[in-house]
Design a binder for this molecule. Sequence first.
Ligand code: CDP
Ligand code: MG
Length: 701
Amino acid sequence: MANIKPKFWKPGTEAPGVGLKEERSQPTEGTEGSGSCVVYNPYVSLSIEQQRQRLPVFKHRNHILYLLEKYQTVVIVGETGSGKTTQIPQYLLESGWAAHGHVVGITQPRRVAAVTVAQRVAEEKGAIIGHEVGYAIRFEDCTDPESTKVKFMTDGYLVREMMSDPLLSKYSVIMLDEAHERTLYTDIVVGLLKKIQRKRPQLKIIVASATLDAEAFRDFFNQNDSRDNSLDTAAILTVEGRTFPVDVFYALSPVPDYLKETVETIMKIHKTQPAGDILAFVTGQDEVEQILRLVIEQIRNLAPNKYMKMLALPMYGGLPARDQMKVFERVGKNTRKVVIATNIAETSITISGIVYVIDSGFVKIRAYSAQTGIEGLVITPVSQASAEQRAGRAGRVRSGKAYRLYTEEDFHKLPKSTVPEMQRSNLSTVILQLKCLGIDNVLRFNFLSPPTSKAMIRGLELLYALGALDNNAKLTQPMGVRMAEFPLDPLFAKMLLMSGEFGCSEEVLSIAALLQVQNIFLTPSNQKIAAERAKRKFAVTEGDHLTMLNVYEAFIKYGKNSKWCHENFLNYKGLTRALTIREQLKRLLRKFKVKLESSEGDPDVVCRCIVSGFFANAARLHPSGSYRTIRDNHELHIHPTSVLYTEKPPQWVVFHEVLQTSKDYMRDITVVEPEWLYELAPHYYQFGTDMEISAKRAKAD
Ligand code: CDP
Ligand code: MG
């Protein structure tokens, strides 16, 4: 069976694990390239061999192999479901690219995808996963160094692998999959691979994308500076899915409420247009559910027998797989299917039968402000490329129609393409990892889309304040190097590495582990009050971190019992997962010789230790009743789920993260003394720059 063991990242040393950070920051539903989604297989009744031959890439098999011989880099464009991910690695295997101990590596932006496609490929080959075909993600290495020839992994994992094998010498081909998503790590891998390819020209790179933005990738990898195309080192191959023309209609005047307009457009299509299914794009789960309710209400009011029947279905990342599957099911001849979806239906899945598309013109994405240092989810207008991609979904079975709920004039004002994550993320982790890979001048790194210098500087500044970089912006020894090895945000890494000095590593380990999993507290909608009461049993005035610690300790005390969790509205699975993560983190602390001891119930040292990592996330109460960040005076609020959401809000706090919805909410908050900030982060809160800290000190004296 699957051989699961920790991954060794440097010979003889212990595994740091990979991308643990993803656990909680899993793309939230409704963000680009969102959550997990099911895979629909229309040919499931055929033999595996017949299924493979039906896929659009099959016709291009020989051409792909030819291009790979001729060029160093091949960009392959083909729509979702055409067979890129599952077939190309097998073609490479069949034609000898994994001979002589070489490995074909395929990167995925998401861990779930890495596991499921590896399983699918193993199944197609009639093999057991973890042998010839394997996968490696975070703390799970399901490969065998002797026999694995095709290895699926997250792109973050590949970056870590470069730390021990900078030239990726065991790989003959790296396939960078789902490149159109342009995630933070996709972009980093792209830059690093280009560097490697210069030193190792025999390393072949395949970039696989589901959208047509292939030129940027080809031009980036093409090392031919002359005008003579015959000297190109990179080429594009397009696997054409059959597509039909799509007529685009615009709103004649700006739409004040796109949710209402979506519902109206759905009903108008239903009443006036011939048979054909409808796909509507909105930004998130809430909107999907809201529109669904309104449409169902309208369906009830339809005059019977006058129109065809109508079946409305939701589709978003957080929807249980069983319900996701429903959008693929066939409906009767006299029924029209309406799918209301988030961006997940733009590229991640393909629903057949869609003839009408409604595009709200908006999308929910992760965003970062270098001004305030705050990262969160925001709703923004789509890009032109996105709008085209959405419209294209209507032309898969016959010619279709796309209704854009914005004016043509506004369409032309939209950005050409979606801003890559690299340009809307907090960069401290990226900078730290690049530095660890020996890229000292990160500002000069060959980025496919360079981030703003402001974001870079903010990242560097934070790393400096954390003690990871010295005055010359070099990684410090041992702190900076160790922080880079930690598979967590630098803020967590710092807190954990400092915990020995504060004498509370046992407590801080538990807190750090719990913060990696989502929703420790459960609140079923029909038992809100009981759940709230249960939570209050663990609550303490120090805040959410120590409340979580109480939960953890009680969980251990009650024998890690699932029944006990159930009675107390606690997430048993999440807590169990936290135990595993805690073990991994503890091993790392041991490796770095951090003293492992408990504070024996002293809350102050634990809170101070949290501040030593999270001082940058500090805020104080403002007379208005909201909070302001200390560095940037940015307005924040206590999230209603916090135990500190009370009538008497504390003066000074540090928080784990910000959730942007109607307001910017702080989540996971601990009460602090202002002196701690000054004392533990003198670089960050310079003497005299914060009058109130000094004032408070004076008063205390
Ligand atoms: O990568 P791309 O979207 O081009 O296609 P793929 O992931 O290779 O999938 C090709 C086909 O394999 C799908 O259309 C499904 O029919 C099938 N498949 C499956 O049945 N189960 C999976 N886990 C993955 C793919
Ligand atoms: Mg794919």
